[in-house]
Ligand binder design. Structure first.
Ligand SMILES: [Zn+2]
Length: 211
């Protein structure tokens, strides 16, 4: 954690390590701050956001990118909903950029990209389905997501490349909730491409109360 980071872990209202490969969720109250730490480096964390009192309003990658006129998520990015409201804002970022174009890995996509033998490997869509089920949602509620710590450069040709992560051990991104928002993470289990350094690893979440 950089020395100018204004939040002290000792004052966090929540401090949890998310094991490798598993989902996680929590409702952030408006004004709460969530700090996500890539403990070992090069670990993608797929993220979805829903308005806490009305899940039909949810993260929109398209509106977020259009509004900020940039292809990546970083400090200052306002994560917009499909209603054009700000769900949360990225207030700090040691990584520099995060993807919101490449989507979440799935068993189906794995078979297309890596071969049928990967059919039974765990994937982010399964994590999202499991976690959303706790809130009465299902597969149909999975929309285009944010991939924190995932390096997906957009080539001059317009193609997406999934390459080695640029997130160093201890790298972090910090969000402030602009409304009461349900945050759903999948600590990505992918082992067939470099997004997790071929070694899924735990991440840490710290939350502070609204100022
Ligand atoms: Zn994944």
């Amino acid at each position: 954690m950089s020395t100018d980071f204004p939040f002290d872990p000792a004052t966090a209202i929540h401090d949890e390590t998310i094991a490798a490969r598993v989902p996680w969720s929590r409702v952030l109250k408006q004004g709460e701050v969530l700090h996500l730490i890539d403990l070992e480096g090069q670990q993608a964390v797929d993220a979805l956001f829903y308005r806490a009192d009305h899940f039909e309003e949810r993260y929109s990658a398209q509106d977020t990118l259009r509004a900020q006129n940039s292809a990546y998520v970083t400090t200052g990015t306002k994560l917009l909903s499909n209603e054009g409201n700000v769900l949360a804002t990225v207030i700090a970022d040691s990584c520099g950029r995060h993807d919101t174009s490449a989507g979440a890995c799935s068993c189906e996509a794995n078979t297309v990209r890596f071969g049928h033998h990967t059919r039974f490997m765990h994937a982010c869509r399964e994590n999202f389905t499991l976690e959303l089920g706790k809130y009465g949602m299902s597969k149909r509620d999975i929309v285009s997501n944010v991939n924190f710590f995932m390096n997906v450069p957009i080539e001059p040709s317009g193609e997406l490349a999934i390459v080695d992560g640029i997130s160093a051990p201890g790298g972090s991104v910090t969000l402030k909730a602009d409304m009461d928002v349900l945050v759903v993470f999948s600590n990505c289990p992918q082992v067939n491409n470099p997004c997790n350094g071929f070694n899924p690893s735990p991440v840490r979440v710290l939350i502070w109360a609204a100022a």
